[in-house]
Design a protein around this ligand. Structure first.
Ligand SMILES: Cc1cc2nc3c(=O)[nH]c(=O)nc-3n(C[C@H](O)[C@H](O)[C@H](O)COP(=O)(O)OP(=O)(O)OC[C@H]3O[C@@H](n4cnc5c(N)ncnc54)[C@H](O)[C@@H]3O)c2cc1C
Length: 495
């Protein structure tokens, strides 16, 4: 986004950590783009809509898939040289894609793209990077957003700006078992919510079926491209089981595979479930999947002869700040893009490898809109005031992530969701006391977002895509083919 802002506009690019801590950096599989000889934008749209189970916004999906080839060209224009064969790009097929469509750089596509973009940003004279700074709150006047407060080296700094773009990632880090960093905890979504922005679809959290637990305790993703290229799932008896649950077997949508893994493990009395890629051979595994192979080898697991024990982990959050096709929120001059935004492209379940694409397509559109709106503005915005004070929540963080993982995980149950929401709401609040350090802001955000997620999950008394209610296992299109919307001071509604 920052790269596409006109050179006449100044950008402060704030990030709380090194890029290595971002989800973008960790992306393995690649970016979905309909550029294969047997593929088309229409096929990409259809696959995305099918997996989204009635909740995708068709116009957003059309933009996503339609502008995919241009997004790829943009990266290539910056020098990206994705893996290719003699015939062109080496496209991989991933779960629920009807075609080979995923452009990749071995199995560390995210690192490759993140480093490329960071290098370009460093060359832009209108972009000032402010690293190790924490977004605390977004400021508004009656006319809309006019800046934000960041905490940097213990000081609160007030940044005035004509526009704020929340590109702060998702909230999978709220769960104790997650492929994300703990710090991917939705700060920007919480700040936007406090500033009056509508947030949508917070109940939809995608769990990745195949994550390994390393000896360090770290949860490590085993990219879906492994299954796309032939790796299979086996139970503790060594039997393949996925075709018993879904006709697409290992390439079924992620929610189906995640639930099947848990059911199969339970059937085997809690035995482990394995991802078996032994037949792909050492040469292919060490070449194409060099990051995954290397990380597992450090843990004494060798994919050419070891099946790898796996379990699902929270991976991607579909919910976020509701935006239109240009990154606009309901608060004038407040924008959102990337995983922090709810553009409606993922519906109730995300098609694999659509999120790197979403970040580039909608990030560039947001920049285009800002360029068009603000190039003409010369005046400084009014002196801002905060819309909502952050309260110090007198509650321990301990246990929240573990509790959330068990209560709002792959399988959910109304009574448990309700009990956890009560637990969060009973937390003593003392609004008006300004928090003093990052941990306080962090705790405040985590509680706010967990509360929003639980409320939304309770309201959706059906099962759809990534949201599965054991007490309401059926999809109910008559009532629930709608988006969940939440706004500060208002009832949660479905529209
Ligand atoms: C292990 C893994 C593998 C994945 N593989 C793929 C894949 O193959 N293909 C695909 O399409 N998607 C994949 N995804 C998902 C995809 O990587 C993410 O959805 C996407 O990269 C999110 O980009 P983002 O820019 O929105 O957020 P991020 O890349 O997470 O960046 C968020 C930024 O916001 C900053 N930030 C956050 N909070 C604050 C704050 N309070 N103050 C200041 N700064 C803040 C962070 O420091 C960071 O710089 C994967 C995700 C993971 C975790």
């Amino acid at each position: 986004m920052a790269l596409s802002i006109d050179a006449k506009l100044r950008v402060a690019l704030v990030s709380k950590e090194q890029i290595t801590q971002s989800s973008t950096y960790k992306a393995q599989g690649g970016m979905a783009v309909a550029v294969g000889p047997d593929d088309s934008i229409e096929e990409h749209i259809l696959d995305t809509l099918r997996v989204g189970q009635g909740l995708c916004r068709t116009e957003s999906v059309t933009v996503l898939a339609g502008e995919g080839p241009k997004a790829l060209e943009f990266l290539q224009s910056l020098g990206a040289d994705f893996c290719h064969t003699e015939d062109g790009l080496d496209l991989t097929r991933e779960a629920a894609h009807s075609r080979k469509r995923v452009v990749h750089y071995y199995d560390y596509t995210g690192k490759y793209i993140a480093e490329l973009l960071a290098g370009e940003v460093n060359r832009k004279s209108n972009v000032e990077r402010i690293d190790n700074a924490f977004l605390v709150d977004i400021l508004t006047t009656q006319d809309g957003c006019c800046g934000c407060i960041i905490e940097c080296e213990g000081r609160l700094i007030h940044l005035r700006s004509a526009a704020v773009v929340a590109a702060t990632g998702g909230y999978s880090g709220l769960f104790s078992r997650s492929t994300n960093e703990v710090s991917s905890c939705g700060d920007g979504i919480a700040a936007a919510y406090r500033a009056g922005a509508a947030v949508a679809d917070m109940e939809f959290v995608q769990f990745h079926p195949t994550a390994a637990t390393l000896s360090s305790g770290k949860v490590f993703l085993l990219t879906e491209a492994l299954r796309g290229e032939g790796a299979v799932l086996r139970n503790s008896e060594g039997e393949r089981f996925m075709f018993g649950y879904h006709p697409d077997g290992e390439l079924a949508p992620r929610d189906e595979v995640s639930r099947a893994i848990l059911l199969e493990a339970a059937k085997q009395g809690g035995g482990a479930v394995y991802l078996d890629a032994t037949h792909l051979g050492k040469e292919h595994l060490t070449g194409r999947f060099r990051q995954v192979y290397g990380e597992l080898a450090k843990n004494n697991l060798f994919m050419e002869h070891d099946a790898i024990p796996i379990l699902p982990a929270a991976h991607y959050t579909i919910g976020g700040i509701q935006t239109d096709l240009w990154g606009r929120t309901n608060v004038p001059s407040l924008y959102a893009c990337g995983e922090a935004a709810a553009t409606g492209v993922h519906g109730a379940n995300r098609l694999a490898s659509n999120s790197l694409l979403e970040g580039i397509v909608f990030g560039r559109r947001t920049a285009e809109y800002i360029n068009g709106s603000f190039l003409a503005i010369a005046s400084t915005p009014e002196v801002p005031k905060a819309t909502a004070e952050i309260g110090r929540l007198q509650v321990k963080m301990d246990g929240l992530r573990t509790k959330l993982a068990s209560v709002a995980g792959v399988v959910r149950q109304g009574e448990e969701l309700q009990a956890m929401l009560r637990w969060i709401n009973f937390a003593e609040k003392d609004y008006g006391v300004c928090p003093l350090n990052r941990q306080d802001y962090h705790i405040c955000n985590v509680h706010q977002l967990a509360g929003l997620l639980l409320e939304a999950a309770l309201l959706r008394t059906e099962s759809r895509g990534a949201h599965y209610r054991q007490d309401f296992p059926q999809k109910n299109d008559d009532i629930f083919c709608k988006h969940t919307l939440q706004q500060w001071g208002k009832e949660t509604v479905m529209e």
